[in-house]
Design a protein around this ligand. Sequence first.
Ligand SMILES: Nc1ncnc2c1ncn2[C@@H]1O[C@H](COP(=O)(O)OP(=O)(O)OP(=O)(O)O)[C@@H](O)[C@H]1O
Ligand SMILES: [Mg+2]
Length: 494
Amino acid sequence: MRRPLPRTLRGQLTAGLVALLALACLAVGITTALALRGFLIGRLDEQLAASGGRFAASLEHEARPDADNRPDTRGQAERTFGARLLNGTTTQAAVVHEATVRTVRLTAADRRALADVPMDGHGHSLHLSALGTYRVTAVEGDDQDVMITGLPLHPVEETVHRLEGVEAGLFGVALLATGVAGALWVRISLRPLQRVTARAAEVAGLPLASGEIAMPGPLPDADPRTEVGKLGSALNHMLGHVEDALTRRHTSEERLRHFAADASHELRTPVANIRGHAELALRHRGPVPAEVRHALERIGGESQRMTRLVDDLLLLARLDAGRPLEHEPLDLTLLILNATDDARAAAPGHRWLLDLPEEPVSVTGDAHRLQQAIGNLLANARTHTPPGTEVTVTLGRAEHMVRVDVVDNGPGIPADLLPEVFGRFVRADVARSRTTGSTGLGLAIVHAVVTAHGGTATVTSAPGRTAFRLTLPARVPESDDGIDPGHAPPPTNS
Ligand SMILES: Nc1ncnc2c1ncn2[C@@H]1O[C@H](COP(=O)(O)OP(=O)(O)OP(=O)(O)O)[C@@H](O)[C@H]1O
Ligand SMILES: [Mg+2]
């Protein structure tokens, strides 16, 4: 199974650090062990060279047990090995054991190996089945024989193994310490990066779509000499640009809002004047030619429509600017009763049904604007459906909210229009709207008014059933805080 690499930069850096140190330790370990082994074998070779074939030569007399000619173990280290070869055949082989000489039993392989030792006076490693690994040298004796002397390699191997053990322990501790210290160090080094990430996440969480946005300040330690500092200073730059752009956008939005509000406000008086003059002219006592009367009536009608349009635009501009609405307790039941009565009077051909709860339902808000919003829904149910359509208005409560449902069984809102039906100047039949007087602002006002009250406006529509639902915070009896504080109390100067 493959072990996955650590995912985090911190993990990768720490793992990399430890892996590199492990490689370095391995290299140092191998080099020192090889060097020590070489040095110790060199020492053995020197020892062998110094002793020459003396011990091996003395074996020649081993067979004769008289005191003078006994094999010479003096000055020979314990476990020194000696062998004498004559014409490639081992004649004697012995080892020093506790200052005496012991014959070594050789196997055929041992004999072959001894015969193969080059007679160059240098040390060669050799394995003897009875004794283990030895370092041996071969020299030529006096009577055409070969003298082989050997010293055990065992102490060398042991020393090297001991060094390896000590090194493994030391390196293990060093690796562990490096892992822990490295992880801490990397963590501390990357701390500024965490700050950059946190700041970026903070900005990403801001509602940048509209309005005035309070951007977080620049990162403090953006030292451009370090990589993380460079990133931080780039982020600071970017945040600066974004803040600049957002401020500009906000200013331009504000300017546009003010323009729309001012323009609608300024238009009100001349439009009212046009309408007044048209009505005055119509009241002229003398004879007025029919076409002039018709024209005056058209002027009156159009200026009336324009007044409505200007009023709607002004209301939207004010709601956009967050201008406060009235904040009074009001009886929604009564408001709906009145609005439905008006609708019934305006469209007696429709069937108007009411479903109101027994107890009165009240909310806190602007009665005039809420009446306008509900009136707009009823006007739609009246104007965008054929006579005979059934319209049901239901008022209900759900927990802390009040629900107003206006449902009709008319032809429904075209599917392509539905997602943006609460938008401004959105209407189905733009060409026909000129004659019907439809502006496409009705639902935009519904949405803006309800939102300003801290509520929501939603719609579902299919042929045969169109349902608008408004939710508003229910009035809390003792305190009047049902409305979004942004639109809290008085005074409106419309
Ligand atoms: N009950 C409904 N049945 C079918 N279509 C509807 C209904 N309500 C709204 N619509 C569609 O949604 C469009 C937008 O409605 P909205 O009230 O915003 O504008 P309008 O009624 O066209 O004009 P205004 O209300 O400003 O006089 C309408 O033009 C109409 O096509
Ligand atoms: Mg409408």
